[in-house]
Write a protein that binds this ligand. Structure first.
Ligand SMILES: [Zn+2]
Length: 309
């Protein structure tokens, strides 16, 4: 079914038409988590034939100056969320393709043996989605009670990069903030939300001795409070996972992006970054009368994020 849909979109030329009409002068941002190097190599080769890689700093500069013409045609920014240990293996690939991605780090998980809470046995048992809809203190309590306290070392192998590893790769990656502990910000009280956003920036800057200018919302969830905190903390941009492209009038604190499944075949990748699967899902939700916008629409909720943030 998915293959047939992918073939239909590609044979119709819709993906190429959207690229020509929409993506030529607007920034496409793609979101990865922990892709396998072989899969990512195929993706980068595919992008390289159709887009020009650029950086989030270049996009922020163009937004600040109003000089959108400083960006290349078909600009594309690669981003990676969380700071997964596996990202260290991608460094040579990004080097080879001349890509400078932004990796968004959780400042109290990177450099520790703590787990990504949704990748624990406790979260598996309870269900990551159930943990995303309760107040933050309750999420922590339930995980701790189930045997995977998010503030303690993981029971299995280390999941995140160390600070030394991150520093060693600063020639390839720009580093941004992705909170301290990866809570759902909308479930945090005011003080916790302020710390998760503001201290994340200073902790990353202290550890890496370089500016942390960009932020990515955990699970893509945010409201006016989060935007205000990000602005006040001095970040230049914040990236959501609302599907879409970013033009000269885009809000730098609500950048749109296409989440890409870490293991997606290139045929389906081409479809994912048309936004069609996300918009089709939104429309379906709307027609069912549940109202759009109540939950972020992912291209493939089951596998695109796989319970990841
Ligand atoms: Zn995340």
């Amino acid at each position: 079914m998915k293959e047939a849909f992918a073939a239909l979109v590609r044979r119709s030329g819709l993906d190429a038409a959207l690229r020509f009409l929409v993506a030529r002068r607007r920034v496409t941002i793609v979101v990865y988590h922990d892709p396998d190097p072989d899969v990512l190599r195929r993706h980068l080769a595919w992008y390289a034939r159709r887009y020009s890689f650029t950086t989030l700093d270049a996009v922020a500069d163009a937004m600040d100056s109003g000089r959108w013409d400083t960006l290349p045609r078909y600009p594309l920014v690669v981003t990676l969320d969380d700071g997964h240990l596996g990202n260290a293996k991608l460094e040579p690939l990004f080097h080879e393709y001349g890509v400078r991605p932004t990796m968004y780090l959780c400042s109290r998980i990177v450099g520790t043996a703590r787990p990504y809470w949704w990748q624990t046995a406790a979260a598996d048992r309870i269900g990551p989605e159930a943990l995303k809809i309760v107040p933050d203190a309750e999420r922590r309590r339930r995980l701790a009670e189930a045997g995977d306290d998010p503030d303690r070392d993981a029971r299995g192998p280390r999941q995140a990069l160390s600070w030394d590893e991150a520093r060693a790769m600063a020639g390839v990656y720009d580093y941004g903030g992705h909170t301290r502990h990866h809570p759902i910000l909308l479930q945090c009280d005011d003080r916790t939300a302020a710390e998760e956003i503001g201290l994340c920036k200073t902790e990353i800057e202290d550890a890496l001795h370089r500016p942390c200018a960009h932020f990515a919302y955990t699970n893509g969830d945010f409201g006016e409070r989060e935007v205000a905190l990000i602005r006040a903390s001095g970040y230049r941009t914040a990236r959501s996972i609302e599907p879409g492209w970013n033009g000269p009038n885009a809000d730098p604190f609500r950048l749109k992006a296409f989440p890409v499944s870490d293991d997606v075949p290139v045929d389906w990748l081409a479809v994912q970054i048309t936004g069609i699967p996300s918009w089709a899902r939104k429309l379906k939700t709307l027609l069912r009368g549940r109202g759009a916008g109540t939950a972020p629409a992912y291209p493939e909720p089951a596998s695109a994020l796989g319970g990841r943030g």
